[in-house]
Design a protein around this ligand. Structure first.
Ligand SMILES: O=C(O)c1cccc(C(=O)CC[C@H]2O[C@@H](n3cnc4c(=O)[nH]cnc43)[C@H](O)[C@@H]2O)c1
Length: 222
């Protein structure tokens, strides 16, 4: 994704994370979030806290990466922009099926990125807007894929970090966005079918189109 930014990136070490700062009129800091919601939340929180303490809080946090796409709506190589970032496996397994933490009376399971921004980014990148699920265990069977889609009919993709990043952003009162490029179908495990290179190329191209949209976005719009 760094390839989407012109010019060299400046490294800024912080406790627990290194920022890669792109030059230009607006500040863009890149962070390698790692794999999984917990590490991504921890690293995003480090960056958010440092920015807040430094008196220059962020206007927006973007979680970006590759994802599994639910066929046929999100084919390999396509882009997905989350209009809903939902954690799919935070809750309790019961005899009557899965109950999310909200059904148990606490917590949060979804974050909603700003609607106007989601629409603008979907239009600019050609990405499709829909729910992106966050899971801690990658789906590896058709049965699990069907169960997730039955519980989340608007789900286009699953990945492993978005909800963690969104929780960190929400803790700081900063809006969040999630952009994913589909590297594999969600379903039976088939590593040979993964197209990580194609997905990263699509993500870099999509990311390269974001700057003008973000720069013209008014953070006070819904
Ligand atoms: O070995 C496997 O079967 C396997 C299956 C899916 C994902 C992995 C990873 O190592 C995921 C790393 C990374 O990629 C994102 N990602 C990509 N595709 C998916 C997916 O189908 N389900 C969940 N996450 C996915 C994820 O956000 C991680 O950052 C290995």
């Amino acid at each position: 994704m760094a390839a989407a930014f012109a010019g060299p990136l400046r490294e800024i070490p912080l406790p627990g994370v290194t920022l890669h700062r792109a030059g230009g009129a607006h500040r863009f800091d890149l962070v390698a979030a790692g794999v999984g919601p917990a590490l991504a939340a921890a690293r995003a929180a480090s960056a958010l806290t440092a920015a807040a303490i430094g008196g220059e809080p962020y206007d927006l946090v973007v979680s970006a990466g590759i994802a599994g796409g639910f066929p046929p709506d999100a084919p390999v190589g396509s882009l997905v922009v989350a209009d809903d970032i939902t954690v799919a496996d935070l809750g309790a397994d019961t005899a009557d099926g899965f109950v999310p933490v909200t059904g148990l009376g606490f917590g949060t399971v979804s974050h909603r990125p700003p609607e106007t921004l989601v629409r603008a980014i979907a239009a600019t990148t050609g990405g499709r807007a829909g729910t992106v699920l966050t899971v801690s265990t990658v789906t590896g069977t058709a049965a699990r894929a069907a169960e997730l889609r039955a519980r989340h009919p608007r789900a286009l993709a699953e990945a492993m970090e978005g909800f963690g990043v969104a929780e960190a952003a929400a803790t700081h009162g900063v809006p969040v966005l999630e952009l994913r490029a589909v590297s594999n179908p969600v379903g039976p495990r088939d590593r040979a079918a993964w197209r990580i290179g194609d997905a990263l190329a699509a993500l870099t191209e999509g990311f390269g189109k974001l700057a003008p949209v973000l720069e013209s976005w008014n953070p006070h719009e819904p």
